[in-house]
Design a protein around this ligand. Structure first.
Ligand code: MRU
Length: 358
């Protein structure tokens, strides 16, 4: 049994605040090398998010919160207005890194609120408050994931194959995972679960990251190419699909890694349960539907290569939308740290978010 207080349930640290710096595991180098980067400025944090040193919706929210704490710590002036201005500028820089995951905006809003409410205090005191807030966001994320994982485990059979896409694990969060948090909880409860990890072209989060952290956790994992999912569903080798989310609109439409929508359609055809696991910080009540979610377009060069090797002829173009949107009617349930939501999503999401902090 894992308790919410347990310090590092995954056995490695995706991100932490250490001696006035942000330390994060460089996910671009996994699984070959486990290298930790030490970042001292908000510019370095923004660059790390943009370049995918750290990725995954909750993890980049935590990184942004720590980035703002760095702004405050590095501020040499004494004027409160000066600090607030720097924080606003830091927030803008962080917000410009990746547009789809709403956790980034959520964490930034939460930290700016703390600073604004404390504007009567001394600069050093606010700096300390921001460090504490960033650490609180990290801690709450892990605790929330454990709760979410335990709720989600009730949907998992005693034995079965769980297909997942991308990486919604400890590497994508504060350190337990959403979709893989459910897998971790089911495994801890003694359920004999096996993970089918879609490789997730082109960044290969499934093959590189999900496989790495499941192997480390001692949970059986098999990597499949993205185009094999339908084949295994047809052969009844997939009992359920669980994915994470980058943003969930008010009506329950879900943005997640490109390829998620395809899986949800395949699930419908084969009557395989399709679940989304996400913390409250991933919901965006300001958007009526998934159509309004901004979809990040990344460098198409990545599609034209596998690692360093070019796989398409020179001069050929490519497209790289990094996310897609799954409509709410294809989602069997959304697993959160407060419980499991089923359709009709709109009013249930509204009720769920009533007590959210920001
Ligand atoms: O481009 P990425 O790797 O940041 O995309 C990550 C995902 O799509 C995850 O599934 C999502 O952020 C949920 S992480 C708990």
């Amino acid at each position: 049994m894992v308790t919410a207080q347990e310090e590092c349930p995954s056995g490695f640290r995706t991100i932490e605040w250490k001696e006035g710096k942000v330390v994060m595991l460089d996910q671009r180098l996994l699984p070959q090398r486990e290298v930790y980067r030490e970042l001292a400025t908000v510019g370095q944090v923004a660059e790390a998010i943009k370049k995918m040193v750290i990725r995954g919706a909750p993890a980049i929210g935590i990184a942004a919160a720590m980035g703002l704490a760095l702004v405050a710590r590095n501020y040499k002036g004494r004027s409160m207005e000066g600090l607030l201005l720097r924080l606003e500028r830091g927030a803008e820089l962080l917000l410009s890194t990746r547009p789809t995951a709403v956790n980034l905006q959520w964490a930034i809003r939460r930290c700016l609120d703390v600073a604004k409410k404390a504007r009567h205090m001394k600069v050093e005191e606010i700096s300390q408050l921001l460090v504490e807030e960033a650490q609180r966001i990290l801690r709450e994320d892990v605790e929330g994931n454990v709760a979410l994982g335990d709720f989600g485990a009730s949907l998992v059979p005693e034995e079965g194959n769980i297909l997942t896409h991308c990486n919604a694990g400890a590497l994508a969060t504060g350190g337990y995972g959403t979709a893989l948090g459910v897998v971790r909880s089911a495994h801890r409860q003694g359920k004999r679960v096996r993970v089918l990890a879609c490789e997730t072209r082109p960044f290969l989060q499934g093959a590189r990251l999900t496989a790495w952290e499941m192997k480390k956790a001692g949970i059986p994992v098999t990597v499949i190419a993205d185009n094999m999912a339908g084949h295994f569903m047809k052969r009844r080798e997939v009992d359920l699909v669980i994915v994470g989310a980058d943003r969930i609109a008010r009506n329950g439409d879900v943005a997640n890694k490109i390829g998620t929508y395809t899986l949800s359609v395949l699930c419908k055809e084969h009557s395989v349960p399709f679940y989304v696991a996400a913390p409250l910080s991933t919901f965006d009540p300001s958007l009526g539907s998934g159509e309004e979610i901004p979809i990040e377009e990344r460098d198409p060069e990545e599609v034209l290569r596998v690692g360093r090797m070019r796989i398409a002829p020179e001069g050929v173009s490519a497209r790289y939308p990094a996310f897609d949107v799954t409509p709410n009617h294809l989602v069997w349930a959304i697993i959160t740290e407060k419980g499991i939501l089923r359709a009709p999503f709109q009013e249930r999401i509204q009720a769920l978010l009533l007590n959210r902090k920001v």
